[in-house]
Design a protein around this ligand. Structure first.
Ligand code: ADP
Length: 487
C-alpha cells in the first residue's frame, strides 16, 4: 500500500508533543511491513533543519486555490532519519509557517486549513494517489472533507482516509470564512449538526468533528480513551458524533520508540542494563543521587517526569511528594509548566524543600536528565486526571521503573495492577482523583519494595519484558488501512 501521513508535527524536526513521536514511530513501522510511506508537513522556519538529509525542491510552483485566488507554494523533499518527508512552503503574505514558532498565533485554524488544502493540492497536482491518507489531530481534520467533497471529483475517488485524534481538548474552531478559503463554500450545507458545525458556536466550523464525520476510519490513542470519549466528559462535546460513527471508531495504544528508549544501549545513563541483568540499574540510582545531591540511603526513589499541567493531576503530584518524604522515600521531579500559577507554586515548593536531602525538583525541560531519572528511580508516578495514551509509564516500564498510575485512558491499557493481574501485573493503579486513592497505591507499592524485594524484582522484570513498542500498533494501523481500502 501507499500511505501518506499529513500532520503538523514530526519528531525530531518539528516536535512539540507526542503527536510528533507518533508520526515518526508509526511511519517507520508501517514501512517495515512493506508499505510505502510519505509524510507531508508544513515547512516551518523554526524546524531543526540539521535533522533533514538532502533537502531539495521537489515541486517548484504549486498554486494552491485560496479564497478567490491562489497562493504560490514550493514543496521540498528531504529524509528525516530515513522517513520520506515533503515540506510545503507558502509564499503568501500571511507568512503562515515563517513566524519563528510552530503554534500560538491568532489565525491558527486558517494556517492549518491552508496547510491541509495545500497538502491535498500537492497530492493531486503531483499525481500521487495514495491508498490511504492518514491525518492527525484538528490541524488536518478538514482533509477528509476536502477529499470527499472536492478532490474525489478530480480523480482521487479511490483514496481513503484515516483520522487519528491525539487530544480531544483542542478541536480547531473557526469562523465560516474557512469554508470559502478552502473552496468548500456552502455554509448552510456544512454547518449542520451532522457535518462540521460546532455545538457551542453554531456559526463555527469544528475541524475535529469534520475529521470524524468525513474520514473512513477514526482512531484515538488508546482503547480505554476511545471508550472514555464516548461515555464521559472527556469527549469534550464530541461524544454524540462518535456514537453516530462508532462503527468506524477505535482506539490503538501508541507505541514507544524502543531504539531510542533502550536501557541496554542508552548512552545517556550511567550503566546499561536489561531485563536479565537488572543489577546495574542500581548504579544509575547512585548516579542520579549524586547528580541531584540526594543522600545515599536505603530508600526507594519515586519520580515524576512530565508537564506540570492540570491534566497531569498537579495536586496529586504534590501530595505524592509529601507522602514520600513522610514515609521513608525519596522524591525526584523533572517538569515544567506552561501555567504561571502552577509554575509559581512549584518554584515555591522547590525553595521550601531546597535543603531536604531526600527530594529534588528540577523545573526545566531536560531530555538527557530524563533518561537518568527513568533509569535511576524505582517508581514513576502518573496521577493524571485524563491521559489519552501517555508515554511516561511506557518509558518507566522499559527502564524497570515501576509505574504508579491513575486508571484513566492509555494508563488503564498499559499498567496492570499486581493485585488484579496475577503474574502479569507490571505496576500499581488507583481510580479516584483524591489523595486517599493515590495513597492506597503508594502504600502497596512502597510496601512491596520494603518487605518483598524478591516480588519487587520480579515486577521490575515483568515490565521490562513486556512489549510496548510500535510493533503491535503498527500492525493494527496496517489492518485498518487494509480494511478501509477494500470497503
Ligand atoms: P504529554 O504528551 O501529555 O506531555 P506524555 O506522557 O505522552 O505526555 O509524554 C511526555 C514526554 O515528554 C515523555 O517522554 C517525558 O519523558 C517527556 N518530558 C516531559 N517533561 C519533561 C521534562 N521537563 N524534561 C524532560 N522530558 C520531559
Amino acid at each position: 500500500m501507499f500511505i501518506v501521513m499529513v500532520a503538523a508535527e514530526c519528531a525530531p524536526v518539528a516536535k512539540v508533543g507526542g503527536l510528533a513521536d507518533v508520526i515518526f514511530g508509526l511511519s517507520r513501522e508501517v514501512e517495515l511491513r512493506g508499505h510505502h510511506v510519505e509524510i507531508v508537513l508544513p515547512k516551518y522556519d523554526c524546524m531543526d533543519y540539521g535533522q533533514i538529509w538532502g533537502l531539495c525542491v521537489s515541486y517548484q510552483d504549486l498554486w494552491v486555490p485560496w479564497f478567490d485566488g491562489s497562493v504560490h507554494c514550493t514543496v521540498y523533499f528531504g529524509f528525516v532519519h530515513g522517513r520520506k518527508c515533503f515540506f510545503i512552503e507558502p509564499h503568501g503574505r500571511e507568512n503562515f509557517f515563517g513566524r519563528g514558532a510552530f503554534y500560538g498565533f491568532p489565525d491558527e485554524p486558517m494556517r492549518f486549513a491552508f496547510f491541509t488544502k495545500a497538502a491535498l493540492e500537492f497530492l493531486f497536482k503531483s499525481g500521487k494517489r495514495p491508498d490511504v491518507i492518514h491525518t492527525h489531530d484538528w490541524q488536518t481534520g478538514l482533509a477528509p472533507v476536502l477529499l470527499f467533497e472536492i478532490y474525489k471529483h478530480y480523480g482521487m475517488q479511490d483514496v481513503r482516509s484515516c483520522h487519528t485524534i491525539h487530544n480531544f481538548r483542542h478541536q480547531g474552531i473557526s469562523g465560516q470564512d474557512v469554508l470559502f478559503a478552502t473552496g468548500l463554500g456552502r455554509p448552510h450545507y456544512y454547518l449542520t449538526e451532522d457535518r462540521l458545525r460546532d455545538d457551542a458556536q453554531h456559526s463555527a466550523v469544528n475541524f475535529t468533528r469534520a475529521g470524524i464525520v468525513y474520514s473512513n476510519f477514526v482512531t484515538t490513542v488508546s482503547r480505554h480513551h476511545a471508550w472514555e470519549v464516548r461515555h464521559t466528559e472527556f469527549g469534550n462535546g464530541l461524544a454524540r458524533t462518535l456514537h453516530v460513527h462508532q462503527n468506524k471508531f477505535g482506539g490503538i495504544v501508541n507505541g514507544l520508540d524502543y531504539h531510542y528508549w533502550n536501557p541496554d544501549i542508552d548512552p545517556l545513563i550511567a550503566r546499561n542494563y536489561n531485563a536479565s541483568h537488572v543489577e546495574p540499574k542500581y548504579e544509575n540510582k547512585r548516579a542520579l543521587r549524586e547528580r541531584l545531591w540526594l543522600r545515599d540511603a536505603y530508600k526507594p526513589i519515586i519520580a515524576y517526569v512530565g508537564r506540570l499541567d492540570s491534566q497531569k493531576g498537579v495536586h496529586l503530584i504534590r501530595h505524592a511528594l509529601f507522602w514520600a518524604l513522610g514515609n521513608g522515600c525519596q522524591f525526584v521531579l523533572l517538569g515544567t509548566s506552561p501555567d504561571n500559577a502552577i509554575n509559581h507554586q512549584f518554584w515555591q515548593l522547590k525553595h521550601q524543600l531546597n535543603d531536604d536531602p531526600d527530594c529534588h525538583l528540577e523545573l526545566r525541560f531536560d531530555e538527557h536528565l530524563a533518561h537518568l531519572v527513568y533509569a535511576g528511580s524505582d517508581f514513576v508516578i502518573v496521577p493524571s486526571l485524563y491521559e489519552p495514551c501517555g508515554l511516561t509509564q511506557l518509558i518507566g516500564l522499559r527502564y524497570g521503573t515501576v509505574p504508579i498510575v491513575r486508571r484513566v485512558g492509555g494508563l488503564a491499557d498499559t499498567v496492570f495492577d499486581v493485585a488484579k493481574y496475577n503474574g502479569q501485573g507490571n505496576g500499581y493503579s488507583f481510580d479516584g482523583a483524591d489523595p486517599g486513592s493515590l495513597e492506597s497505591a503508594l502504600v502497596r507499592a512502597v510496601g512491596c519494595w520494603n518487605h518483598h524485594p524478591g516480588d519487587f524484582r520480579k515486577l521490575v522484570q515483568t515490565g521490562m519484558s513486556q512489549d510496548f513498542s510500535w510493533n503491535r500498533a503498527g500492525q493494527d494501523y496496517v489492518n485498518i488501512y487494509e480494511y478501509i481500502r477494500h470497503k
